[in-house]
Every structure is written in C-alpha cells, then in structure tokens.
Write a protein that binds this ligand. Structure first.
Ligand SMILES: C[S@@+](CC[C@H](N)C(=O)[O-])C[C@H]1O[C@@H](n2cnc3c(N)ncnc32)[C@H](O)[C@@H]1O
Length: 514
C-alpha cells in the first residue's frame, strides 16, 4: 500500500519535471530522481523527500523550487574540445565559407551553444574562431550560450576551471587561452569571456527563435548531449524550433549519440570524419534542391511517425480597433460590403500567420503580397498595415532584412500611431546593425505607448551596445517595474509567447550583469 502511494508520487513528480524542465525520468531512473529530490529537499527546508514531493505537487512550483530541482537533477558533464571531430568540422568545413558569406553580406556570424553547461563548449567555439583570425579579422561575431541551470551559468561566467575540464585540451589551447592561477585553477582569457553572452534559457519554453532571446537567424547551433535526456516528443519539438532558429544554410551539431534523433525535413545531414552534422536546407529547396546531388549530402533521415504541432513564437497582428463587432442592425450596402471585405482580410491574415507559424515563409509572403495588392487596386483603399507588418516579420525570419525594412517602413507609414509596427521596424534596424535608427524607433514607440514592456527592454539592449550603461539600466528598470505588475504567466505582447516571469528573469540578469 505504502509502496503504491510512493510510486504514485514519483509518477506525478516525473510528469511535473518533464513538463517544467524537460528531463525524462522513466521508472528505471526513479533512483536518480529520488537522489536529486533528496538533495533539493534539504536545501528547500523540507523534512524529507516525501514531504518535498508532496509540497511540490500540492501547489504551483515557485521559481526557487524549480531552480533548486534543476540544480540537483541536471547533468553537468562537459569539457573543453569535447568530441574534437565536431570542432575540426567547424574549423575546416564550416567557418571558412561562413565567414566569407557573412563578410559579403556585411553580417556578423551568430553562434549558439544551446545547453552550454559550465561554459566549456562555448569557450571552445570562441577559441576555434579566434584561431581563424588569419582568415577572419572582423571581430564582431556573436556567441550566445544558454542553459537551464543558473548555477552552471554562474560558473561559466567566471571562466575558472580545474584540470578535469581541460583533460582533452591540447597544448595550443592551454598555452594561448588560459592563465594559471595557483594550483589547478585555469582562467579563460578575458577577451574570450567578453565575447560570449551567457543567459538562462529553458529549451522546453517556446521562447526561441526570437529576437528577444537573440535566437533568430543563427548560423551555427551546438545543442549537444541534452536531447538524450528528453522524451521523443520533446526532442522533435526542440529540433523543429532549432531548425527555425537557424539561418538558411545554418549548421546544427548534436551529440554523437543523438544524431539519430534528428529527422527533420529541413535538415540534411552530412558526414565529416568522426561526425555527423546537420544543415538547414531551406535555401537549397528554393533552387529545386539542385545542390542536394552534392555527394557529401544525404537526404534527411526517415521522417518521424508523429510530428508535434508547432507553436512557433512569432509576431501576431495587433487587434485593430476598426473591426468592431458586427451589429445586427441593417446597414447600407456599401458598409456591408466593406465589412465582408474586412472579414476576408482577417481570414487571409490568419491564414498567412498560420503559414508563418509553420515555417512556410514563401507561401506566407505570396498570400500577404496578394492581400496587399488587392487593397492597392481599389481606389482610395490603403492596404492593411497589419499585412505589411506581418510581411516585414516574415522577411526578417527569412533573413531578407532589406525587404523586411521596406515593408516594416510601409507598415509604420500606413499606421503611424501603431507602437507595435515601430517596434518591429526597430528590431529589423537592430539586425541590420543600425542601432541609432533602432533606438529612435523604440523611443517613438514608447512615446505612443509608455507601458510597452518589450520596447523598454529592447531599447535597454540597444543603448547598452552603444556603451550607454546608465541609460540601459534605466530602461531595464522601467521594463522591470512594468513586469512586476503582470502575472508571471501573462504572455508579453510581440514577444512570440514569452511569459512575464521569464522576461523578468532575463531583465534582472541584465541589471545584475551590468
Ligand atoms: C551533459 S550537459 C551538456 C553540455 C555540453 N553541451 C556538452 O555537450 O558538453 C547537459 C546540459 O543540458 C542542460 N539542460 C538540461 N535540461 C535543459 C533544458 N530544458 N533547457 C536547457 N538546458 C538544459 C543541463 O543543465 C546541462 O548543462
């Protein structure tokens, strides 16, 4: 009987953990779960494991409880140059072409280590890039390093390691990139520390790809040795989101034992000595798959049986005031026609949005251009600014920033009082590297809506990059004070599904990291 109750508690706890953290604890692994919860119970002040589990199941889990569970349940095994063949592929197969392409486009290559643990992986990436300097002198690439475990991230930011983390590090790495501090303490070179942005991101949360989390249009994603802890459905969801986060032709690395999990139609795999790596094929599909004949390419692995419905965080059209509910009173014919037109415009917008959300950007742009041109042809009718803004957003997702700027500008022109359109255009300018223009648009957006949380936050980031730390702090504090008025589960407008609780954490870390 007591055993039954205990089994029931563990079954419910593992379900809760899977939902919140993603980690999958089937019955065979309940001893690991028990060990972790026992340690968390002590820290959280519960008398024993059972009362801790009951406490966690009995009321909504607090952030402190969740962080403590994460700290005791996640596996922190990692080291510098882990799976060396991956870094050989990065250095020889990927970086030369990527640098050249980005240089031509005037873009800074973007790298993301998506379960970075204590930092050894993103620092290794930074070292490999630094070694390429003879070929690539432009310094301004960006490396984002995220993990769910805040304690791991704290250690990563300090950049101090022991011999154990350097067990696979070759001499060139130790000599060039570490300073030895006393016995068995190795500090990563300061310049490299500055090149990486460490931040908390839970791969379960639908917060990527998004400009807010800096996870859009990434050229190279490392998501290694974490999918193995998730169940099949979550793995597929994470892989799908990562495929959206990748720029066209972008590369995905997963752990050597995880390659079989990647069955996504947009991700082709290529073999490199000792490594299987994946590349987004969107651009190749556009040219009728011509390059797919290339012998180093193989078709995607067999498609998975069940594909989870995607819930891509993305922009939604703002509700428009003029579409007030249709009244039953008889209206003049002209008004009726207009209302039907509005209805079909809304339906088309909904359809376009669905296409964007399922990553069908080409179809979405066709649908939106059709919608816009229809309105254009009627005398006196201006096209719907929401369609233009969604078109801008779609082009931005496709990496076509000039088109995104054009349509974002038209949306602003068509609805000058819409703060959301200005915000969207600001994010495009930000991507284009024009921080001054982005800051102007964000200011204007805040002028129209001073409670626009995301505009405060983004403006904070923009001015921070310009070296204006005090201004940045002020904007982050404004964002924080607005966020504290919201329910932690409230979804932030224009964020593509991010909750107030999550953004609060990010803003706090920006203020603390100042
Ligand atoms: C074994 S380490 C892998 C580190 C590194 N990627 C490597 O391959 O050496 C797994 C990491 O995944 C992180 N992790 C587990 N669940 C996660 C989640 N839901 N979101 C983000 N990171 C997660 C853990 O905190 C841990 O740092």
């Amino acid at each position: 009987m007591a055993q039954n109750i205990e089994n029931n508690l563990f079954a419910r706890l593992s379900e809760l953990i899977q939902k919140k953290i993603g980690l999958f604890f089937p019955k065979e692994r309940w001893h690991d779960l028990e060990r972790g919860v026992r340690a968390a119970a002590l820290e959280l002040g519960f008398e024993d494991t059972t009362s801790c589990i009951q406490g966690l199941l009995g009321s909504p889990v607090t952030k402190v409880q969740l962080d403590t569970l994460v700290a005791h349940l996640t596996v922190g095994e990692t080291f510098f140059l882990r799976d060396e063949s991956h870094f050989n592929a990065l250095q020889h197969q990927i970086l030369p072409g990527l640098f050249e392409k980005c240089l031509k486009k005037g873009q800074a290559p973007r790298f993301w280590s998506a379960a970075c643990c204590t930092g050894e992986e993103p620092y290794t990436i930074a070292m490999i890039i630094d070694r390429m300097k003879p070929f690539w002198t432009q310094k301004d690439y960006s490396i984002l390093a995220t993990d769910i475990n805040s304690r791991f991230l704290e250690k990563a930011r300090k950049g101090i390691y022991t011999n154990w983390s350097l067990r696979n590090a070759p001499n060139w790495m130790v000599e060039k990139y570490f300073t030895v501090h006393g016995n068995n303490r190795f500090e990563v070179e300061k310049g490299l520390q500055k090149s990486i942005r460490f931040t908390n991101l839970n791969l379960v949360d639908p917060v990527y790809p998004s400009a807010v989390t800096h996870t859009e249009q990434v050229n190279v994603v490392f998501c290694r040795n974490v999918l193995m802890y998730f169940n099949q459905t979550l793995r597929e969801t994470v892989i799908e989101r990562l495929s959206w986060a990748l720029a066209d032709d972008g590369w995905l690395f997963v752990g050597p034992s995880e390659a079989a999990f990647v069955n996504h139609p947009n991700l082709g795999h290529t073999r490199y000595p000792g490594a299987i790596i994946f590349q987004k094929q969107a651009a190749k599909n556009k040219v009728q798959g011509a390059d797919l004949d290339n012998s180093s390419w193989a078709a995607p692995l067999p498609a998975s049986q069940e594909k989870p419905r995607s819930s891509l965080p993305t922009w939604r059209p703002m509700p428009r005031p003029e579409t007030s509910p249709v009244t039953k009173a008889v209206r003049p014919a002209e008004t009726r026609d207009r209302s039907m037109e509005l209805c079909s415009t809304d339906q088309m917008l909904e359809k376009a949005l669905e296409l964007v959300e399922s990553g069908k950007y080409n179809e979405a742009t066709e649908c939106l251009l059709d919608l816009i041109s229809r309105a254009d042809t009627r005398a006196g009718m201006t096209p719907d600014s929401r369609a233009m803004a969604l078109l801008a957003r779609t082009y931005a997702n496709m990496g076509k920033l000039e088109e995104a700027r054009k349509w974002g500008g038209k949306a602003v022109e068509a609805d000058k009082l819409n703060p959301g359109h200005r915000y969207l255009l600001a994010t495009v300018y930000e991507e284009l590297g024009d921080a001054v223009k982005a800051a102007d648009l964000l200011q204007a957006s805040l002028f129209l809506d001073s409670r626009f949380v995301l505009a405060h936050f983004t403006l904070g980031n923009t001015v921070k990059k310009q070296g204006k730390s005090n201004d940045a702090r002020r904007h982050f504090k404004n964002a924080l004070s607005l966020l504290l008025d919201l329910d932690t589960d409230a979804v932030i407008p224009h964020s593509g599904g991010m909750t107030a609780g999550r953004l609060t954490e990010i803003v706090r870390s920006m203020i603390l990291g100042d």
